[in-house]
Design a protein around this ligand. Structure first.
Ligand SMILES: C[S@@+](CC[C@H](N)C(=O)[O-])C[C@H]1O[C@@H](n2cnc3c(N)ncnc32)[C@H](O)[C@@H]1O
Length: 253
């Protein structure tokens, strides 16, 4: 491992805002923070918003700065990436930001039913032909339902038309309420997205972020001229989630 990575891992251990559970604390067992993020980490009972696969944490940090009335938790498995967001949060003493280093597969060991109000998925790997690893697959939807409050919202922002179309088809297949859908957000009439039903419990500033915050990966895709898509839907669904019936060969990435 490179020296820089080692230095970041060491510094990560000193960050109060960064939670790094060991596997035995989350594999088939509940972590002590499950059900207690508000009280033990943030010291309040404001809505909790989780960003999955947050990378360097740009989205988590920016949303938190815009919406002091909500608590934000960025989740990723890569410690060297999380270091950047966690360092910023520490240096600026941000009271409503935390980061969690874990595999998203363990998420229900970390959050209690109803503990989370919204989920953001930003520029996730589309996992082409590997549905079980895709972050909007029925398997992951079951996990999200276990931790989201009723009426909780999932936001998906991606460069991958494949992931976008799959997720739209999954939402339709399961009768989930789609709040907004756009296949080219910077080319779409912004007002159309604004006119969609309430997009965030954290208010309109969270909607501005959709257009104004670019993550590390988003900046790279924008520079290549790749359209950015957005989908938000309500998680509510009784019974098992089903895989969509869709023609995946139509989409390349
Ligand atoms: C393409 S990057 C996007 C990062 C960031 N959202 C951005 O837009 O710059 C995907 C991120 O998801 C994380 N990731 C992928 N699968 C994961 C999993 N199963 N558990 C935790 N993190 C995961 C990766 O470590 C990586 O940082």
């Amino acid at each position: 491992m490179g020296k820089d990575k080692l230095r970041k891992f060491k510094e990560n251990e000193t960050f109060r805002c960064l939670v790094q559970p060991r596997t035995e604390e989350v594999f088939r067992v509940d972590h002590p923070l499950k059900g207690h993020w508000g009280e033990k980490v943030f010291g309040n009972d404001r809505p909790v918003v989780v960003e999955l696969g947050c990378g360097k944490g740009e989205y988590t940090i920016d949303l938190a700065l815009r919406n002091p009335g909500c608590n934000y938790i960025g989740v990723d498995i890569k410690g060297a990436r999380l270091w950047k967001g966690a360092k910023y949060a520490e240096e600026h003493s941000l009271p409503n930001v935390a980061f969690l280093r874990t595999r998203i597969e363990f998420i229900t060991s970390l959050f209690a039913p109803g503990e989370v109000s919204e989920i953001w998925i930003t520029f996730a790997d589309p996992q082409i032909h590997r549905e079980k690893k895709r972050l909007t697959s029925p398997l992951f939807m079951e996990r999200y339902r276990d931790m989201l409050r009723g009426g909780g919202i999932v936001h998906l922002k991606t460069d991958s038309r494949y992931l976008h179309e799959y997720s739209v088809a999954m939402a339709r297949q399961n009768g989930l309420g789609i709040l907004a859908e756009a296949t080219d957000i910077y080319g779409t009439d912004r007002e159309r997205l604004y006119a969609s039903p309430m997009l965030s419990v954290c208010g309109r500033d969270a909607v501005d972020a959709l257009f104004e915050v670019q993550t590390f990966y988003e900046s790279q895709y924008l520079a290549q001229g790749i359209p950015i898509t957005y989908l938000s839907f309500v998680i509510d669904h009784a019974g098992p989630y089903l895989s969509p019936d869709w023609d995946e060969d139509r989409w390349e990435r």
